[in-house]
Design a protein around this ligand. Structure first.
Ligand code: TRP
Length: 332
């Protein structure tokens, strides 16, 4: 609890590009959380270093993600927004928690195994330690709730195990976090393989809509979206491509799926794709113009980042000093 409210914490790695799927499925639901919770959102730049980054691109992308957070409506006055690398306590707590994590625990994480096989020329210590850094993110802020996708569930389980282990060995120190199961956003699928989730790291640019895609790119990608051959516009499990288009249209226009199906009775897929494309272009327009304004104002972005880092540090410092004391480090 901070200021009488439960704490919600989440972070995003600045890799790939933020997609319409990330917005509809997750970020959209973060916007109102601050009414009920104390909310903290980070750019997980230290996590992104577990795979090789090109420094100039990486710096640019991290700042772009930060500006997109704000352009999407995360208000820096109402949420703590910061870069993970600006709060040294993340790295410090990670070292301590490393000494309480068994090699077997991180070695058997599904994501570690997947990433090791994908980057088998660079299976570095950071890749294996990724979930411990994530546990530090969450535990430093005594987070009660963490909105996570299914792919991060195992990491959250480890976070809980570490918190419980530490609390039992010493005395209650960390809040044991729960997954946040609130209002779920609709799940958006790849435009090219509509049974797979739209992923911000998909190497095929036609499969995803980036929040910063130009209108003609958006129209082109929807035009090429994979559908099926029966020509009927309805939401159905055996029609993943068409259902995905309907879900997207519903999310960006706030219209119900059933109403949309009625509007399209007797019409063809080309018409559907065009309408979805236009609706998405219209939806992205104000976000992009706000983004363009923000990214041109580096001084403002840096002032928000600095303010966020200071607020985050104040909380993180309290937790870390408790930890140092409990484990017996000499206090200055
Ligand atoms: N690992 C998360 C992901 O890839 C990002 C992340 C880093 C995170 N630290 C976190 C998510 C803390 C929630 C809480 O999606």
């Amino acid at each position: 609890m901070i200021q009488g409210k439960k704490v919600v914490y989440s972070a995003t790695q600045p890799t790939g590009s933020i997609t319409l799927g990330n917005y509809i499925g997750a970020i959209k639901n973060w916007l109102k959380l601050n009414q009920e919770y104390f909310t903290i959102f980070a750019i997980a730049d230290l996590h992104a270093l577990t795979v090789r980054q090109v420094p100039a691109d990486f710096r640019k992308r991290a700042l772009s993600f930060f500006a997109q957070y704000i352009a999407l409506g995360l208000d820096p006055e109402k949420n703590i927004l910061y870069f993970q690398s600006h709060v040294p306590q993340h790295a410090e707590l990670t070292w301590i928690l490393n000494c309480f994590t068994y090699i077997g625990e991180t070695g058997r994480m599904t994501q570690f195994k997947e990433k090791s096989s994908k980057h088998n020329d660079n299976i570095n210590m950071g890749l294996m330690d990724y979930p411990v850094l994530m546990a530090s993110d969450i535990l430093l802020y005594q987070a009660d709730l963490v909105p996570v996708g299914i792919d991060q569930k195992q990491h959250l389980e480890l976070t809980r195990d570490l918190a419980i282990r530490f609390n039992n060995l010493y005395s209650p120190t960390f809040t044991v976090p729960e997954p946040y199961i609130g209002k779920q956003g609709a799940k958006i699928f790849s435009l090219q393989s509509p049974t797979e989730k739209m992923s911000k790291s998909d190497p095929n640019p036609n499969a995803t809509i980036s929040l910063l895609d130009e209108p003609d790119a958006v129209m082109r990608k929807f035009k090429r979206a994979v559908t099926d051959s029966d020509g009927v516009i309805k939401f159905s499990e055996d029609k993943p491509g068409v259902s995905n288009l309907l879900t997207i249209l519903s999310a960006v226009t706030d219209k119900g799926i059933a109403d949309i199906e009625k509007d399209f009775a007797g019409k063809g897929y080309a018409e559907l794709k065009k309408v979805v494309g236009e609706a998405v272009v219209e939806f992205l327009q104000p976000i992009q113009s706000e983004y363009n304004r923000l990214i041109a104002d580096k001084a403002y972005l840096m002032s928000v980042a600095k303010d966020g880092a200071e607020k985050a540090q104040a909380i993180a410092r309290r937790t870390l000093s408790k930890v140092y004391k409990k484990i017996g480090l000499v206090q200055l």
